[in-house]
Write a protein of this length. Sequence first.
Length: 311
Amino acid sequence: MTVKVSHTAEIQKLFNEAAGLTNDQGSPRVKQIILRLINDAARLIEDLEITDDEFWHAVDYLNRLGGRNEAGLLVPGLGLEHFLDILQDAKDAQAGLTGGTPRTIEGPLYVAGAPMADGQVRMDDGSEPDATVMFLEGVVRDTDGKPVAGAVVDLWHANTQGNYSYFDKSQSDYNLRRRIVTNAEGRYRARSIVPSGYGCAPDGPTQECLDLLGRHGQRPAHVHFFISAPGHRHLTTQINLSGEQYLWDDFAYATREGLVGDINFVEDVDAARARDVQGSRFATLEFDFQLQKAPAQVAEQRSKRPRALQD
Ligand code: FE
């Protein structure tokens, strides 16, 4: 029979003390959360009869997860970041906030402060001459279909190796990261390169966990976006590229209906030359966004999630 002690007065007194409930210092909110966390952990240990070996393995795992800076990778891998999106969608529906481009997960690889440009920009630094040039453009509109001029389209994506600048120190600062301010027609235009999908580091703790779950750690090629404009609700989203092996089998669960970018590969020497592309091959990708009206000014801002900032 399973032995349980977490409900006893002695243990409840211990957990209340540990969560700071017996003092008047600190944060009541954090105390509430930690008390719940300790109690839930204790119940999990009892209910699943967690062994000492399993417990201390988990503690060591947390140390290694942090040591590799992968907590932000495990969270989407376990579906929790997508869950937050679905939960927010449900809260929005209850509040009558519907319409517009769907949100999807941010992921852990944004870097604040990318260079700003008006209307159009080149995003790659030319260091991958064999990459396929990608012309990415679209219009930002409100939910009535009116173009939003002056919206900031803050986008970032991986290179052909599936790596992101800043985290991959071999790339130049802010390579494949830009902020584009939409023109009078609400349009943004980027010349970049077709990104590659990527996977979790094979020797990292996230993949170690996924292996034990019998899962892969791969993502389809995609482009991340923050889109913001005065009077409109901040949008965090990404477009996942059509034709990708992992499009609907994304370990991070980011792909959603309405967020598949239809990438079009062109083989045409004259068209390439007209676009100042070497050779004959390039890609085009059109993607428009719709922003909801902001119900309050705070909704215009992205979350205060801690993010990297280029030194
Ligand atoms: Fe990504």
